[in-house]
Write a protein that binds this ligand. Structure first.
Ligand SMILES: [Zn+2]
Length: 80
């Protein structure tokens, strides 16, 4: 099962790079308000303290929510 998971991980990374799915984020007014009002990292549930970044779906550029920078980078590293 681990071999299959690794194979799929490599395949997804190759497809991600091949089709350059890294779209620039597009935010609505509601997204900006959500980002400004959010105090909890949507990834780990921890309190955001000065390392707040926005997260977006790289496939379509849609805003997801606010997250800690370290959580966002950890999530991003899965796809690169
Ligand atoms: Zn987090």
């Amino acid at each position: 099962m681990k071999i299959l998971a690794k194979f799929l991980e490599i395949l997804v990374k190759k497809l991600y790079k091949k089709f350059n799915y890294n779209k620039k984020v597009r935010m609505t007014l509601k997204d900006y308000e959500d980002y400004n009002d959010t105090t909890i990292c949507y990834i780990c549930g921890g309190e955001l303290k000065g390392d707040k970044v926005l997260d977006e779906v790289h496939l379509n550029g849609k805003y997801t929510s606010a997250a800690k920078n370290e959580c966002n980078l950890r999530l991003l590293s899965i796809y690169q």
